[in-house]
Design a protein. Sequence first.
Length: 697
Amino acid sequence: MRIKQFALYLLFFSSFYSIMAQDMQQGFAYLESGNYKDAKVFFEKVLQESPENKTAKLCYGRAVGLLGNSEEAIQIFTDLKSRYPDDFEIKLNYAESLLWDRQFEVAETFYEGLVQENPKSFAGVLGYANTLSNLKKYPKALEWVNKALQLSPGNANALTSRKFVRLGYAFTLSQNKQYTEALQLLDENLKDFPGDKDTLLNKANIFLITNQLTEAEQVYQQIATTSRDSIVAFNGLSLVANKQHKTKKALTLVELSREKVASYKKDDPLWLATQERYVQALLWNQKYKKAKAALSNLKSGFPDNNKVSSLEATYGMYTSNFGISLDRYSAILNTEASSFDGNLGIANAYRASGNDMKAYEYAFKTLYYYPKQPDAEKLIKTLKISHTPFVEQKTAYTFDNGDNKAFSAGVAVEVPFSARFKTMFRYTYRKTENTRTEVEATSNDVSLGMSYKLSSRISLLGNIGINNSEAITTDFTQLTAEAVVQTKPFKLQSLDVGYKRELQNFNADLINREIVMNNYFANYNLGTNFRLGWYTQYIYTTQTDDNVRNLLFTSLYYNVLKRPGVKVGANYQYISFKDQVPEIYFSPGTFHLGEVFAEVVSNAENDLFYSLSAALGKQFVDDEDASTTFRAEGKIGYRFTDRFKANLYGKYSNIASATAAGFEFTEFGFKLKWYFLKKPLFDKQIMKLKKNSESNN
């Protein structure tokens, strides 16, 4: 009888739990479909009826954790783990809850125990791999995700995990400039997921960093498989075109993506990304009025958006309104201290506005948040080379049709002691002779100077020196001096005002006469945002032979191209002397010169560099008939290392000068420039900024 009753008891309870399991199928479905809110409500009701139901409590904990309340989920699984210490399923859920709560170090230790306890557990092995991935221990994570795939070949979750492990690993490798290894990982991803957009975008980014622009272009074309992805592709291709210096093509491409995205809602990230690229393309093409209008529209729709603020700052950089740039980048950093655009952007803005120490500070902050970031490293390198002591040597040979010849050799040394203060030393030896009259002269010119930046707008420059000359009938020593106030009174403008004391040393006869010139000058340059520029120089000179000279030079020019730099323009020069002493030196009562010119300059970042300029004009000397003038100058050089470069140059002119109208002058020479130290003298101060920027974050 008892056996029969016990059998009925077992039958009852097995039927009860079977009914309970069937009743929870709806809850399981909620969990599997990601409907965690309904799953939570469902299992909460089950627990009200059966508080000790382990399965329901486990599922309730998962629902709670996946809804974002990871702390409560951890507590639930901790309680279950204490009640059922040998239940492996509960341990797995506890480990996963640690991942939800981003306790990756704790999870790593716990998962290590799980995979030792049960090496065949797919969930345990995959969870351990995901934990290692979150800790950026990518080689080990890749090893364990491959073990998971051995346990469950072709498992979709494991394949997806491996994809993201590879993406993270490839990103880390690219940060360390191991681009080949990174691309190999991404190509392996494409074997598992052909045409995967995340992987292709990562490949394109590496190609952009390494300047493999044709490859980047091909990848973006692969991405354009859907209407939405074609917008992403056009935006990427626009960036590639800009890097290829095809700015018009860049604008055309983004206009295509802008048409495609027009029907999207403005809260779609792709809509804003496209408008962002459109404004950038307008700036690349110097269409500042349109860019400003587009920015105004974005600002009204996204008043507090950091991306829009970054665009405003970029607009300020392109239009030389660095105050706006500093303000907008500061606003970004106030809301997001780790912002890449904010940190690198403000570093460049400080550099452009003349505050190099602040530029260092924020460039280092960029590297703190984004280690080995190429643009930040390049900025720091540029800053350091601009503050590193160097020596420059120049040797030249000149001759003219008046039988004058000269050889000169000089050395200049510049030593910055801080970002604001630097000293200069210069020595020049010059020997001149006239082969017809056999008159010779030599001069030795030594000077010591300094430059101090009072603010981003005002700098002081001064030097003092001695010129010792020996000529056929005289031997003398004279003081030379220079003092200049360099200012930037307004945006895109510069004004230098100064005084310079020097000797007439064009030829041996002039050196022999010991004529000292006191020059009072002003140089003014006006730039614009529409490629036009205007430069003017005025010099008032008094001489020790009681003569007085007025010189006015003005140039209106237009920048045709950026790469290479092409400039064309027109020059006008006026000279007048109080006394005319043509038998001694060129000293007309009035001299007018008008000319047109063109200039080509290579790209600054190229190792091989060159420049070529030529001008053709007419000159009018007193009452004489006008004569045609021509001058040309060329230079070609090579940057052997970051610290050493050399160039050869030559120039020719038939413009009236120190001898007389109708003369021709030619010069050939070479220059060497060597940064004889590897880093600035105040590098400890710079590195202190790096340390402070890291400790303050």
